[in-house]
Every structure is written in structure tokens, then in C-alpha cells.
Design a protein around this ligand. Structure first.
Ligand SMILES: Cc1ncc(COP(=O)(O)O)c(C=O)c1O
Length: 435
């Protein structure tokens, strides 16, 4: 516990007002929402003073940790200079951030277009792909998540989310297989010749699309394809003259142990989207970056009113500097390895798979390691609730909802990971014993 800035009565009143005035159109697990009064590094403190180890990094935004002093300082300085001028004009931090991003991205990328969130960044990516290719169709991966606005939903696989739009959605998108190697449809005997992509050549031929849109590593479930999977898909899309659009909203900015997820595969996409941590956690900022050929044909359709906010851009620049200067990307890679080894070392009969690329990924829970049967919903909920009670903030993820998504800020220490795993060990044993 940490001393709360509020009395218990004041804290209770804030929680009650949240319930009364904030719309939360989803079912939330016991103990949520956490109303956060303060946050620092990997720890958030609620209005009653309860501390949580935040293994969500504020929903995968605060890569340098909550309230990093260098980001706070950069944003504070910018506050007295200029705040917002719209995408129609420019500010010094937005221009410098665009330069920094273009230099960090592959040579196929030449300019950045700023908007306000990951969904919007993908809306612009879809527009760019359609305008540049002259084709309406876009292929995307099974299990994909690219946002919840109407256009982004068309390339988001989950039926639950798609239903939220009040169907029908448009019919200009279609899925191609993803790489869920733990549950490979071809079984361990396949020797992995990337058989999952065998039908894609014919799919592309039957239905020519302007682009393939994909995360380099699927954040939902932490599915990192082997290099040969990406090599094959990249060759196929080139053969069919399709653009490659890479969504770095969650995989970007050091999360995977490299600056961008695409760096693991040597991809050279024509379009890259990003968001989440790009604002350093200050306001909201997103990017849709592209190469010259795409840019020449992009006629926008809007200049985002709030795109490229100067304070968010100053904070984003500070974030990138901090990630590099303080070795946080290397720490993400090292802590991902530590997490993997230490989680396997628990030898828990419910731990079916441990998948980390840097600090993107998590632990897949199964009822039976041999059959890989998904742990039943009741047990999953009990695990999540017990972790929450013990002060561990996580989310559940994955195609079957059985992956503990563990994505702390990149400053997380081995000791904090060990604390989490010691709690998890106890929680799994307790839930199992309770039947
Ligand atoms: C890969 C990916 N793309 C797009 C989005 C949408 O971003 P936002 O919630 O900022 O609209 C998300 C959000 O979780 C994401 O993980």
C-alpha cells in the first residue's frame, strides 16, 4: 500500500462517480476498473492506495514506464511553447519526430502522417493502400486485431468485435492464415515447410487485392511467425503486386526487443502504422508512414484536427531518446528471455506455452499439456481475479482467451518478474485445488 492522496471516503466517492458517469460497454473482471491516482515505473496506485505491478504498461502505452522524468520534462517544456495547430500546419517536435521515425524505419519508408490513435492510423493505412493500388480489396491475417473503428473492424478478425458494428460490414477484405505454431494445424510431423500458406497463392490469384495488412507479430496471443513464414508471405505478396502494410501499433517502439517488430524479419513494407506509446503516454498520437510511391498517390481526404499534437510529439521524441539512451530495448529482450526461462521453470501443469518476443507475449494456459485443451473459462476467470487481488495487473488475450498477456513497461526488472511468477505459481495451485 502507498499513502493515497485521498481519504477513504473521497476515494469511495470517486469510484462511485466512475460507476455513475463513465460508460464502459464491456464486461469487466472483478476488481476492474482500477481508478489510478498515481503511477511510476511499473507500479500504479489506485485511489485507495493499493499498489499494482502493471504488466499491461497502461494498455501497452508506457514503454519507458509510467511518468518517466525525461518524458514529463519534455512535455512540460513544450506546454509553454505551442500545443496544437492541426495537421494542416506544423510544429518543431512533430517535424523532428517524423524525421526520427523515418530514419528508424526501413529505407522503404520516407514520410510520416500523424493522427490520433491506432485505429485511425489503420484507417489512413487502408486509404493509402486503396489510393496507391487502385484496388479496393485488402487481405489480412486470421486472428488479426487492427482496431475498432468501422474501417479497422473490417480487418479485425474477432466476430465479437465485428458484431459490435451492427453487421453487415463491407465485403472488401478477406483473411489469410496466420502462424499459430503452438497449435499448428499440420501437427508436429509437418517439419514446418510453412504449409499453412500453401493456399495463399491461389487465394491472391482468385481475388486480387491491393495490399496485405498484418502485424509482424500478432499481439493477440503473442504469435511470432518463424522467419521463413514471413519470407514466404512477403514473396507471395510481391509476386501478386500487392503492397505490404505493417501495423506496429503494439509491436513498435522497443516492445519486442527491437525498435520495430518488422526488424525481426527484415521486412520492407510500403506502409507502416503505429500508435499507443508514440505519444510517450502524453495525449494520443499515431502515425501512418509510407514510401514515396504511395505518398505520391495519397490525396488524404482529411487533415486530422488533432494529429501531431506538439506536446505528444515532444513526449514521443523523449520516449525514443529514453528507450535508446537507457538501454530499454535491450532490457526488453533480456527480460523476455528471463520471463520465458522462469515461467517454464515453474513446471506448472497448466502452462502449455510460454511465448515472448522481447516483452510482447505471454503464457498460454491449458487444462492438459498433452492435448492442449484450453483451460475452461471458469478457471481462467479465477486465475485472473486472484492475480488482480494479489496486485498484479494483466489482461487475458489470445484466440481462445487463455493467454495471460504479460507486457510490462520495458524497465521491468528480473525481481519484479520473479514476484509476478511467484504469485502466479501460488494462484495456479490454489485455483486447481479448488477444482
Ligand atoms: C495491433 C493494434 N492495432 C491497432 C490498435 C488500435 O489502436 P487504438 O486502440 O489506439 O485505436 C491496437 C490496439 O490495441 C492494436 O493492438
Amino acid at each position: 500500500m502507498t499513502q493515497s492522496p485521498l481519504s477513504t471516503a473521497e476515494a469511495d466517492a470517486i469510484v462511485a462517480k466512475d460507476e455513475q458517469y463513465i460508460m464502459r460497454p464491456w464486461t469487466h473482471p472483478k476488481g476492474e476498473p482500477v481508478i489510478v491516482a498515481r503511477a511510476k515505473g511499473c507500479v500504479v496506485t489506485d485511489v485507495h492506495g493499493k499498489d499494482y505491478l502493471d504488466f499491461t504498461a497502461g494498455y501497452f502505452v508506457n514503454n519507458a514506464g509510467h511518468c518517466h522524468p525525461r518524458i514529463v520534462e519534455a512535455a512540460t517544456q513544450q506546454l509553454t511553447q505551442v500545443l496544437q495547430v492541426s495537421g494542416k500546419h506544423g510544429t518543431i517536435p512533430a517535424i523532428l519526430l517524423a524525421e526520427r521515425l523515418v530514419k528508424l524505419l526501413p529505407a522503404s519508408i520516407n514520410q510520416a502522417f500523424f493522427s490520433t490513435g491506432g485505429s485511425e492510423a489503420n484507417e489512413f493505412a487502408l486509404k493509402m493502400a486503396r489510393q496507391a493500388s487502385g484496388k479496393a480489396d485488402v487481405a489480412y491475417l486470421e486472428n488479426a486485431y487492427h482496431g475498432l473503428s468501422l474501417g479497422a473492424l473490417e480487418v479485425t478478425a474477432s466476430e465479437k468485435y465485428r458484431e459490435s458494428a451492427g453487421k453487415p460490414l463491407g465485403d472488401h477484405t478477406y483473411t489469410i492464415p496466420n502462424a499459430y505454431c503452438y497449435r499448428c494445424k499440420f501437427g508436429p510431423a509437418s517439419g514446418c515447410k510453412v504449409e499453412c500458406l500453401d493456399g495463399v497463392d491461389a487465394q491472391f490469384a482468385a481475388r486480387p487485392a491491393g495490399a496485405v495488412l498484418a502485424e509482424p507479430i500478432q499481439s493477440v496471443g503473442g504469435l511470432a511467425p518463424p522467419r521463413k513464414w514471413w519470407d514466404r508471405l512477403d514473396a507471395l505478396r510481391k509476386k501478386h503486386g500487392m503492397l505490404l502494410v505493417i501495423d506496429e501499433v503494439q509491436t513498435g517502439l522497443g516492445r519486442t526487443g527491437k525498435m520495430f517488430g518488422l526488424d525481426h524479419y527484415g521486412l520492407e513494407p510500403e506502409i507502416v502504422s503505429g500508435g499507443k506509446g508514440l505519444s510517450g503516454g502524453v495525449g494520443s498520437l499515431a502515425m501512418t508512414c509510407a514510401g514515396t510511391e504511395v505518398i505520391k498517390k495519397f490525396f488524404g481526404g482529411t487533415t486530422p484536427t488533432s494529429g501531431g499534437n506538439a506536446v505528444s510529439a515532444a513526449a514521443g521524441l523523449a520516449l525514443i531518446g529514453t528507450l535508446l539512451d537507457e538501454g530499454m530495448i535491450d532490457n526488453a529482450a533480456a527480460m523476455g528471455r528471463h520471463f520465458t526461462e522462469a515461467a517454464w521453470a515453474l513446471r506448472d501443469p497448466w502452462i502449455g506455452d510460454v511465448r515472448f518476443t522481447g516483452l510482447l507475449g505471454g503464457i498460454e494456459l491449458v487444462a492438459d499439456i498433452g492435448t492442449k485443451a484450453v483451460l475452461p473459462k471458469k478457471a481462467l476467470a479465477a486465475v485472473k481475479d486472484a492475480l488482480h487481488d494479489a496486485g498484479m495487473l494483466i489482461t487475458m488475450s489470445g484466440t481462445h482467451g487463455n493467454v495471460l498477456r504479460l507486457q510490462p513497461p520495458l524497465v521491468v526488472t528480473a525481481a519484479q518478474i520473479d514476484t509476478f511468477l511467484a504469485t502466479l505459481k501460488q494462484v495456479l495451485a490454489t485455483v486447481r485445488a479448488a477444482g
